[in-house]
Ligand binder design. Sequence first.
Ligand SMILES: NC(=O)c1ccc[n+]([C@@H]2O[C@H](COP(=O)([O-])OP(=O)(O)OC[C@H]3O[C@@H](n4cnc5c(N)ncnc54)[C@H](OP(=O)(O)O)[C@@H]3O)[C@@H](O)[C@H]2O)c1
Length: 341
Amino acid sequence: MSDYTNHAVVLKQRPQGEIQDGDLAMEERPVRAPGDGEVVAQVLWLSLDPYMRPRMNDAKGYMDPIAIDEPIVGESVARIVESRSSTLKVGDLVTCYSGWQEYVTFPADAPMVYKIYPKDKVPLQTYLGVAGMPGRTGYCGLTYVGKPNAGETVVVSAASGPVGTVVGQTAKKEGCRVVGVAGGPEKCRFVVEELGFDACVDYKAGNLETDLKAACPDGIDIYFENVGGAVTRAVAPLLNEGARVPICGYVSAYNATNIAEVETPFHVLKALDPVPEHRFFLVTEWQDKHQEITNTLTNRIAAGELKYRETHAEGLESAIEAFKGMLKGKNFGKQLVHVAD
Ligand SMILES: NC(=O)c1ccc[n+]([C@@H]2O[C@H](COP(=O)([O-])OP(=O)(O)OC[C@H]3O[C@@H](n4cnc5c(N)ncnc54)[C@H](OP(=O)(O)O)[C@@H]3O)[C@@H](O)[C@H]2O)c1
C-alpha cells in the first residue's frame, strides 16, 4: 500500500428508485502501490454523469453493474503523482476512469487513459464536459447517426447539459434550425441567448405539445433523444418523413424502480407509421476518433465558438447530493466535482 489518504464513495446497497441515505457512503480506502508500468493519480475533477445511476442497479445493461462495496464508476481529470511508467511521468495530466475517489493506481497503458495536452483558454475540467465524453457523444451522435443537412429542423432535449449544448451548437454550424427542450425559463433563456439556438421549449411550463409545435413549424427532421418520457411523446407526432432519431439516453427513467417496465423511446417510435429511423448509440463506437474530436471541440472552446455552462460541487463529500440533484435537473450545464487543485 502507498501512503496516500484516500476517500472513496462506494455503493453500500442498490437504490430502489431515487438514491436514499445509506445507499452510497464515503469511506477511507487504501491506495495500491504501483507495480511496473503503473502510476498513481490524484483526482482533481470528477465528472458526474447520468449513466452512473443505471449502473447502481443489479441489471446488466451495456455495462456491468457496480459491485457492492466498490467505488461508484466515473471519469476524472487527474494528475500523476507517482510513476513507474515510461509513458506517463509525475505531473502529467490525464483523463481516466478513476471512480469516485481521490487517488487511484492503474497501468499507464490502461484503456480509456488519455493524456491531456493543455491548451490556452480551455479549462481542464472541460475535458470531462463539452470537450470530453459528453461533448464527443453530442458531436458523434448528431454527425454520424443524425446526419444533419442544412435547413433541417433539429430538436434536442436536456439542451443546456453538456451533450445537448454540443448537439445544438454543432447543428447550428451545419446550417440547421435548432430547437432545444429544457426545464425552466432560466435554462431556456441561456440556450437561446447564449448558446444561439433558434428556440427553446420549457417542458415544465405545462404546454409542451403546443409550444413544441409552434417552435417547429416545418416539423422535426432530427430528434436527438436524451430524456425520453413526455418529451418523446410530444416529439413523435411532429417527426417528418425521413426523420432520424439518435437515441443517446433517456434520463427521465433512470430513477425508475423497475426500468424494464418503463415506456422507452423505442416503444414510442416503433408505434409510429412510418417508423422513423432510430437507434441507440454509444460514444465508444467512435473511440478511434477520440483525439481528433477532442481537438475539434477544444479548438472551438479556445476560439470562443463553443459556449457552455458548468455547475461545480466542492469536495468529494458533496458528490452524492450533487449527483441526486443532477438526475432532477438541479445542475445547470455540466455537473462536476472539484476534488483537488
Ligand atoms: N449513449 C452514450 O454514449 C451517452 C454518453 C453520454 C451521455 N449520454 C446520455 O445523454 C443524456 C444527457 O447527458 P448529459 O451528461 O448532457 O446530462 P445533463 O443534461 O447534464 O443532465 C441531465 C439533465 O436531464 C434533464 N432531465 C432530468 N430529468 C428529466 C425529465 N424527467 N424529463 C426531461 N429532462 C430531464 C435535466 O435537465 P432539465 O433541467 O433541462 O430538465 C438534467 O439536467 C443522458 O441521457 C445520458 O445518459 C449517453
